[in-house]
Design a protein around this ligand. Structure first.
Ligand code: UN1
Length: 499
């Protein structure tokens, strides 16, 4: 399908795609595919007011009924899967299977949220006073701002939106300037679900705002947006987090990762190689969870690097729409430049680089590269820095303690893993003195997390949790209630206060 066919399949009209000020380019060939309208900064107050008005209605709709809307959203996403997946490929440059996988992730979180809509449980708690009952109830919070990145242009919104909506909160979404069309397409899909749902879905329950940092900043600074979920660089989070906290809002931050794999002497190397290649070069190294550091035991490092070099040598790089391609383009030329800078820095720190070359002639206009494997003498400044490109730094270790120290000695704390068949090593890695990351896996790579678990990480990754487990609590406020059904008024802690 060419670009225009994909846009048509997602319901865009010619007038929606022209006459605006934001140029949208496809990483596949660098071609401008649309020029869309941006949200005027002065209309942000009205956008937020609409969301607040929607909140007043939506918070009183019973949660299982709110879940029905998300169930319909999941149905509409199933119907739109091929078209939306192709749009993710067009706008973010993901290979077809990963574009579709991202939409599947949206469907999965909708299913999860539907079940959740009947399980927003609070506790009942034993009171120390006779004739008293203590319990907690979870209530909606209010508008949830979502600032998302180009690399997961639709799934990250759905993690937030599906949960926020069953929790009783409207959503205002500011997508990356690089991927606004996928956001507008999701809004169309959401509106289809609303049309089927009926009148108790208020106008403005989900809104998309288009523009740059100043549009996002309007959400970040507004007291009327109590929850602000932001995915992107640590630099961005460093600005957003304190601003939201300063106005007593609740930030949910998903920032940089610098994810490692430890390969122990007992590891199944064939399996490790497959996991490494998928997690280091999948999405052209542009996932937060991409494998960026390989910490291999000195007894297996040479063999592992040889196997990897062989696998890297035959990786199909090219047009992400073509069957068989595994590595699509980087998002733009600036990413390519950042990758080259990181590689030259690594070289000057003693690194030996394999690959990392520009692939010309695949699709003119796109930023295509062969993934790089870089043998490093140690964990240098460049290795500690996240570069959003397919670069895998390889280091070696002697003792497990040394490997865990290396794994933890970076500013980021998102995802991590160990390949070992030794239960002592596996459990040590998962223990309190093991990996310091939000995600720690055994015999699985660091990327490709399922929606059932809570997703997020520590340190410069920002501490936020989204998606599964009890991440929904981040979208609600907890109310603790004590009811006295006795005829006396005893005070807690034995305090006497007789009047
Ligand atoms: C991200 O890279 O921004 O674990 C999110 C994964 C995906 C989510 C990644 N499920 O790779």
């Amino acid at each position: 399908m060419d670009h225009q066919d994909v846009l048509k399949a997602n319901g865009f009209t010619a007038s929606e795609l022209s006459g605006g000020t934001l140029a949208v380019r496809s990483p596949i060939d660098g071609a401008e595919v649309a020029r869309i309208a941006e949200t005027p900064l002065e209309s942000m107050d009205a956008v937020i007011a609409r969301s607040q008005a929607a909140f007043k209605d939506w918070r009183t709709v019973p949660a299982p009924r709110r879940g029905e809307l998300v169930r319909l959203l999941g149905e509409e996403l199933r119907a739109a899967k091929d078209a939306l997946g192709a749009l993710v490929t067009l706008e973010a440059g993901k290979i077809t299977s990963e574009g579709l996988g991202e939409v599947q992730e949206m469907i999965d979180i909708c299913d999860f949220a539907v079940g959740l809509s009947r399980q927003l449980y609070g506790l009942t708690i034993a009171s120390e006073r006779p004739g008293h009952k203590m319990s907690e109830t979870w209530h909606p919070m209010g508008p949830c701002g979502v600032i998302s990145a180009f690399n997961f242009p639709v799934a990250v919104w759905s993690w937030n939106a599906a949960l926020a909506i069953v929790c009783g909160n409207p959503v205002i979404w500011k997508p990356s300037e690089k991927t606004p069309l996928t956001a507008l397409a999701c809004q169309k899909i959401f509106e289809k679900a609303v049309a089927r749902f009926g009148a108790d879905a208020p106008e403005g329950l989900s809104q998309v705002v288009i523009g740059g940092a100043e549009i996002g900043n309007a959400l970040v600074e507004s007291k009327d947006v109590p929850i602000l979920s932001a995915t992107g660089s640590t630099r961005m989070g460093q600005i957003v987090g304190p601003k939201v906290a300063a106005r007593w809002g609740r930030p949910i931050l998903e920032l940089g990762g610098n994810n490692a794999m430890i390969v122990a002497p007992s590891a199944d190397l064939e399996m490790a190689v497959r996991a490494i290649v998928f997690s280091a070069v999948g999405t052209a190294g542009q996932r937060c969870t991409t494998l960026r550091r390989l910490i291999a035991h000195k007894s297996v490092k040479a063999e592992l690097v040889a196997k990897l070099a062989k696998a890297y040598g035959t990786l199909p790089v090219g047009d992400p729409r073509k069957a068989g391609t595994l590595v699509g383009p980087l998002v733009d030329q600036a990413s390519l430049k950042a990758m080259q800078t990181a590689l030259s820095n690594a070289r000057s720190e003693g690194g030996v680089v394999h690959g990392g070359e520009i692939v010309s002639g695949t699709v003119p206009g796109g930023a295509y590269v062969t993934p790089a494997l870089v043998e490093m003498p140690g964990q240098t400044a460049t290795v500690k820095t996240e570069t959003f490109a397919p670069i895998l730094y390889v280091m070696e270790y002697d003792t497990l303690e040394e490997a865990i120290t290396l794994q933890n000695d970076v500013p980021q704390g998102l995802s991590s893993c160990i390949f070992t068949l030794n239960i002592r090593e596996a459990e040590t890695f998962l223990s309190a003195s093991g990996s310091d990351c939000g995600i720690a896996n055994v015999n699985i790579g660091p990327s490709g997390a399922e929606i059932g678990g809570a997703f997020g990480g520590e340190k410069e990754t920002g501490g936020g949790r989204e998606s599964g487990s009890d991440a929904w609590k981040g979208y609600m406020r907890r109310q603790t209630s004590t009811v006295n059904y006795s005829a006396s008024l005893p005070l807690a802690q034995g305090v006497k206060f007789d009047i």
